[in-house]
Design a protein around this ligand. Structure first.
Ligand code: F6R
Length: 609
């Protein structure tokens, strides 16, 4: 998510740090800052908005020195503002951080009770205070940092500097990346390779639970208990653009592969496994708002609207609240009766989609409660809503949405469990099972990612078709719609999603021996019904591509292709079935040579009607 760069050597640090951050701009950010040692003191400069603002600030108030670090922030805790921008200082220590500290509230309370004063709303600031606290107990910079690291729960990569050791950069990581760049008489730290490529191609990637002490003379590696570790550098051969895409050919493919981590990040700090429950701090602060909710209206556009369609199933089954789903563009002009017992739930990756925003505002105007599920912190939609749940998918660069969709489904599932438990309609035992299934889900998604080559072969076989039909039932019908939308968007092939049972009421007329029909067939209570729909397709010559967790000889007889996925509870099957459909659309688009990341006529954020 955020961009990190650190430098120790003989060059002027400030311009180098700025240049490194520019190389990481593609990751998205809302504020930026640097810290540089100037005559033994750490000088911090921070600004909101684009790097140009920081550049201007540095022209007005230059900082000179050859050791420093820089950061671009993509807000997770606390709105984008100068106070929340990194680096964060406490006493002699400054810290920059990427990731989420799950236990930061607990640490913040502890540190506040000890008299520490916080100047930001971020989770990061607890790290600088912790290190400074341990320094004051007489520990060295390294020991103090390790002691602080051992207290942190969650995902983090950090870089820290301390005025008592002006020649040293310390960096550490757990779950989010840190790469060390090795030079001659200089060394570098970064969150991502593009920041380093102008200076070196010799790199070492830190593993989880490792830290590095970086000086101009060399780099030493340790675990969080101070045990030395041997690391061998490797040579990077990527060009700058490939490096931005993490070695993948397209951002879309990178983002498909990021889904296990994005789902983990979305549930991080929200799971109460033992209690079979979910903690949504954002909602806990508004309990009376939710107590009286009798009906939920979900509003969104495009892919987010498909997430809402599946969310309706989650909310109705687990929380027993009647839910309806509407397009933002339709809802805003419909005179639907709303009152204080209605919750208008707006789902949006960007948080800026004009129709979704207007729908939310319409809800507010009728005194309905409003909740946003959003990926971009402090965007217009979460700012307008009474409550917000962030998805923490990280910046989505490809225009077609992938990881935003699966994390929206994750957030909706969490919300349904949360409401179900609070309303007393979801028993603890079932809650435990639902949560255990969710915790296990990223591993299953990872397993499907390993089947990419199989799906690529299928894509090449059917990539010449002019039309596709996607069929699914129940909670998987929205996934049929999403599969069809992905194909349309990036390969420009006409595709339609339909509820499998509706096929014979019209679309069956389209089927001939040229038509690939993608059928979602999980082993659920309507399995037999969908199977008989498949037979109807087969009888008309349609070429069936079946996605299932339960292959059978009967299925093998009628399907041209079978893509097997692992199994989970019926409400989470949509998340698994989505992944092969993303791969199918992606590889068909590559086969047809379209502009995968920036398809024609589409914009990432639709801020006009
Ligand atoms: C499809 C896609 C769009 C968006 C839609 C809503 O791949 O990306 O359909 O889902 O424009 O955007 P957000 O979620 O930003 O409101």
């Amino acid at each position: 998510m955020c961009g990190i760069i650190g430098y120790v050597g003989y060059r002027e640090a400030a311009p180098l740090l700025l240049q490194g951050l520019k190389r990481l701009e593609y990751r998205g950010y809302d504020s930026a800052g640097i810290a540089v040692f100037t005559n033994g003191s750490l000088v911090v400069r921070r600004s909101v908005g684009k790097l140009g603002n920081l550049d201007q600030l540095l022209h007005a108030q230059p900082v000179h020195g050859t050791v420093g670090m820089g950061h671009t922030r993509w807000a997770t805790h606390g709105r984008p503002s100068e106070e929340n921008a990194h680096p964060h200082r406490a006493g002699k220590v400054v810290v920059i951080h990427n990731g989420i500290i799950e236990n930061y509230l607990e640490l913040r309370h502890e540190l506040t009770a000890q008299g520490r004063v916080f100047s930001s709303e971020t989770d990061t600031e607890v790290i600088s205070h912790l290190i400074d606290q341990y320094l004051r107990e007489g520990r060295s910079f390294s020991e103090a940092t390790r002691a602080a690291l051992r207290r942190l729960e969650g995902s983090f990569s950090i870089v820290t500097l301390c005025e008592s050791e002006p020649d040293t950069i310390l960096t550490a990581k757990n779950a989010t990346p840190i790469v060390i760049g090795l030079g001659e008489g200089e060394n570098f730290v970064a969150s991502d390779i593009p920041a380093l490529l102008d200076y070196t191609r010799q790199v070492v990637f830190l593993d989880d639970g490792e830290m590095a002490e970086v000086t101009s003379a060399g780099v030493a590696f340790f675990d969080f208990h101070g045990q030395p570790i041997e690391r061998t550098p490797r040579q990077v051969t990527w060009d700058a653009l490939t490096a931005q895409k993490g070695g993948y050919k397209h951002f879309l493919l990178k983002e498909i592969h990021e889904q296990p981590q994005a789902i983990i990040d979305t549930m991080r700090g929200r799971i109460l496994a033992e209690q079979g429950d979910v903690s949504l701090g954002e909602l806990d602060r508004h309990p009376p708002l939710l107590d009286t909710v009798k009906r939920i209206t979900l509003v969104a556009c495009g892919t987010a609207w498909h997430a809402c369609l599946a969310g309706k199933f989650f909310l109705e089954e687990l929380a027993r609240i009647p839910a309806e789903v509407d397009y933002g563009s339709e809802f805003r002009y419909r005179h639907t009766p709303l009152d204080k017992n209605t919750l208008v739930l707006a789902v949006s990756q960007s948080g800026e989609t004009a129709d979704t925003l207007a729908a939310l505002e319409g809800g507010k105007a009728c005194a309905a409660k409003t909740l946003a599920i959003c990926n971009v912190v402090d965007a217009s939609i979460p700012r307008k809503a009474d409550m917000v749940i962030y998805t923490h998918a990280g910046p989505e660069i490809s225009v077609a949405s992938t990881k935003a969709f699966t994390t929206q489904l994750t957030a909706l599932y969490l919300l349904a469990v949360y409401l179900g438990r609070r309303r007393g309609v979801l028993e603890q035992e079932r809650g435990r099972q639902l949560i255990a299934d969710l915790v296990n889900l990223p591993a299953l998604v990872q397993e499907i990612l390993g089947r990419e080559r199989t799906i690529e072969k299928i894509a090449k076989k059917y990539g010449h078709a002019t039309d596709f039909l996607y069929l699914g039932r129940g909670v998987n019908y929205p996934i049929a719609l999403e599969g069809a939308l992905k194909l349309k968007e990036i390969s420009y092939i006409h595709a339609e999603g339909y509820p499998a049972g509706e096929m014979k009421h019209g679309p069956i007329a389209l089927i001939d021996d040229q038509m690939p029909v993608v059928v979602l067939l999980p082993k659920d209570p309507v399995y037999a019904k969908t199977l008989s729909n498949m037979k109807e397709v087969e009888a008309r010559g349609g070429r069936i591509i079946a996605l299932t967790d339960a292959p059978s000889p009967e299925l093998e007889e009628i399907a041209w292709e079978i893509i097997q996925v692992p199994t989970t509870n019926h409400l989470l099957m949509p998340l698994l079935l989505t992944i092969p459909l993303q791969f199918l659309a992606y590889h068909i688009a590559v086969y047809r040579g379209t502009d995968v990341d920036q398809p024609r006529n589409l914009a990432k954020s639709v801020t006009v009607e």
